[in-house]
Design a protein around this ligand. Structure first.
Ligand code: ADP
Ligand code: ADP
Length: 226
């Protein structure tokens, strides 16, 4: 079934002379449980699109329907609740809290959502085991390698069981071998949790291996493979 439907999405930044149109009418459907790789030149608007799909920012025009619901008709409060419940984000830089252990970092969104502490601990431990870090629960981010830090960030993104995982160049900061491992992990988690995954990547080889690829060029999307 259809999880998300974007129609004629537009985004501009700035006003008057300095106005820049980044997205010029994007149509995109995401079927539940599928992977979509989003590729395009630097500055093409990939992050902008991901932010709109995940309701981190408002479009200048167009709609995003999530299970049929027009998300930008929600109030800011409703939108924040929707985002917490339904969307997981992974960014190029992990944004882990340096003073907290891997386990505490992964638990944090659950604690904020008032999941009981014991349940949060068991959820977070299970997810860290899933990402291959069952032996690193008490390590702080600074004691982990780059690939391990990104695995913790992925576990954190999944702790509230989102339907949609949006990953913005999750391996942009990693060497090639580590990148391959993180991409493989994302693929495994996608299958195991039945996630709908959108991943921005520069690596077209990895993109093609993960699912369909869509290209963002001149503010429009082109489907290049299924
Ligand atoms: P990509 O992720 O493909 O590299 P981005 O979505 O980050 O592209 O950026 C697309 C364009 O929009 C770039 O020209 C960028 O400078 C511009 N842009 C992104 N965010 C903002 C913003 N908050 N204000 C003004 N311009 C922005
Ligand atoms: P990689 O080869 O993946 O970059 P490192 O060589 O940085 O990894 O680290 C190897 C292992 O040692 C990692 O699993 C990491 O968790 C652990 N480690 C690295 N630095 C520390 C530290 N300061 N304290 C505890 N464990 C550490």
């Amino acid at each position: 079934s259809k999880l998300l439907e974007a129609r004629d999405l537009r985004k501009s930044y700035g006003n008057g002379e300095s106005r820049v149109n980044v997205l010029n009418g994007i149509d995109l459907d995401l079927e539940q449980g599928t992977t979509t790789a989003l590729v395009g030149a630097s500055g093409a608007g990939k992050s902008t699109l991901l932010h709109l799909l995940g309701a981190l920012d408002h479009p200048s025009g167009g709609t995003v329907r999530f299970r049929g619901d027009d998300i930008f008709r929600k109030s800011d409060r409703e939108l924040a609740a929707f985002r917490n419940k339904s969307i997981g984000f992974v960014f190029q830089f992990h944004h882990l809290l340096p003073e907290f252990s891997a386990l505490e970092n992964v638990m944090m969104p659950a604690l904020i959502a008032r999941v009981p502490r014991r349940d949060a601990i068991s959820l977070a431990s299970a997810l860290l085991a899933d990402v291959g870090l069952g032996h690193r629960l008490t390590h702080r981010p600074g004691e982990l390698s780059g690939g391990e830090q990104q695995r913790v960030a992925i576990a954190r993104a999944l702790v509230l069981s989102p339907d949609l995982l949006l990953a913005d160049e999750p391996t942009g900061n990693l060497d090639m071998k580590t990148s391959d491992g993180v991409h493989a992990l994302l693929g495994d988690l996608q299958k195991k949790h039945g996630l709908t995954l959108v991943v921005v990547t520069h690596n077209e080889r990895l993109a093609a291996a993960m699912g369909r690829t869509v290209h963002l060029t001149d503010g429009k999307l082109e489907l290049t493979s299924i």
